[in-house]
Design a protein around this ligand. Structure first.
Ligand SMILES: Cc1cc2nc3c(=O)[nH]c(=O)nc-3n(C[C@H](O)[C@H](O)[C@H](O)COP(=O)(O)OP(=O)(O)OC[C@H]3O[C@@H](n4cnc5c(N)ncnc54)[C@H](O)[C@@H]3O)c2cc1C
Length: 314
């Protein structure tokens, strides 16, 4: 875990964050792993959910926080293709062991300086290296073999990338997906509400998807606790949160050009921008933008009862 820029940015791995969230759950919350939803019956006074193993559960509200490829969304709001906006990029992430690459990338997030494809490296505390890759592709279709696709797409990039590609794990240990956003006309229908990437994925370009998931969950809980009826709570959550999210989605789309340069000119401009961020004043400004300081997000969180602005996860 690393804190930087006056504790505005907190960098941590997703499994660590999940573990912390799990530890915070009250004992009466029951967790079930290795199962999935197969059916949702949405009624005006409640919701009935059927699980893969045949279990039937009745609840007042179903919160679909099941990610960008949400099953809850498909079952209640229709096919994914109606809501997914492909941003023209494929992305992948994996970890590997290499003491030399670990030493070379320690304390820094290193990116290749390249056009239309880019790899990033980050040394983890346990000695492994996290690799992150993104490349342009007009075709949103995902490849059958992720390892082979990565080795092809990033072949020829210099520095430590040949070693990373050589040590790329089998497909089962690789994260591989389209870079996309989710846009829905409504986030709730009756007694079902979507949350996080399932409702409003902003994409990795925004760098705030986890924050928007967690802060959104807080706001939803807060609005439900204060609403006279469940549907009023979910509507109020959406009224407050949608402008924040749509702002992030717009920013991410306009940042895509700098996130992955597509021409030598873009690459040169990005180099200048990155050099500027090393200057103390500019660095603080960029960090405050990344952290969401003085944005609609913190305004909304302040409005929610009893909250003050907190560092955002990036
Ligand atoms: C490469 C990459 C880098 C990123 N970097 C950042 C970053 O630096 N900062 C940041 O804030 N965000 C980042 N993001 C975005 C961030 O990961 C997501 O926005 C965030 O994880 C969304 O959280 P979520 O809980 O909504 O969905 P998810 O994290 O996708 O969680 C959904 C959960 O639902 C489970 N699930 C799915 N389907 C079912 C089902 N049918 N039944 C039961 N469970 C199910 C999944 O197993 C998963 O555990 C990045 C994303 C990518 C792809």
């Amino acid at each position: 875990m690393e804190l930087s820029a006056g504790a505005l940015l907190l960098s941590l791995l997703r499994p660590d964050m999940e573990a912390v969230l799990r530890q915070c759950l009250p004992p009466e919350v029951e967790l079930r792993y290795g199962t999935a939803l197969t059916d949702v019956a949405n009624r005006s006074d409640g919701v009935t959910v059927t699980l893969q193993d045949g279990t039937v559960l009745d609840a007042d509200l179903l919160v679909g926080a099941d990610g960008i490829h949400s099953t809850v969304r498909r079952l209640v709001f229709g096919q994914e293709s109606r809501h997914l906006r492909y941003l023209g990029l494929h992305t992948a992430a994996f970890t590997f062991d290499d003491p030399d690459v670990h030493a070379a990338t320690k304390h820094t997030f290193c990116l290749t300086d390249s056009i239309d494809r880019q790899m990033g490296f980050y040394a983890l505390r346990d000695g492994r290296v996290a690799a992150f890759a993104v490349h342009r592709s007009a075709d949103p279709t995902l490849p059958d073999d992720h390892r082979v696709a990565i080795q092809r797409a990033y072949a020829g990039l210099g520095w430590v990338t040949p070693r990373a590609l050589e040590q790329c794990p089998p497909a089962v240990d690789i994260y591989y997906d389209q870079v996309a956003q989710i846009e829905l006309a409504r986030w709730s229908a009756g007694r079902v509400v979507l949350l996080g990437d399932a409702a409003y994925a902003v994409s990795l370009i925004a760098g705030q998807g986890a924050s928007l998931g967690i802060a959104g969950a807080f706001l939803l809980a807060d609005r439900l606790a204060h609403a006279p009826a469940i549907q009023r709570g979910t509507a109020e959550f959406e009224r407050l949160w949608r402008p924040v999210v749509e702002d992030k989605q717009r920013n991410a789309r306009s940042m895509a050009r700098w996130f992955l340069p597509s021409s030598p000119i873009d690459l040169r401009i990005r180099r200048v921008m990155l050099r500027l961020t090393r200057m103390p004043f500019v660095s603080g400004y960029v960090t405050s933008i990344l952290a969401g300081e003085d944005t609609k997000l913190t305004d909304v969180m302040r409005q929610a009862s009893g909250t003050t602005a907190t560092p955002m996860v990036a």
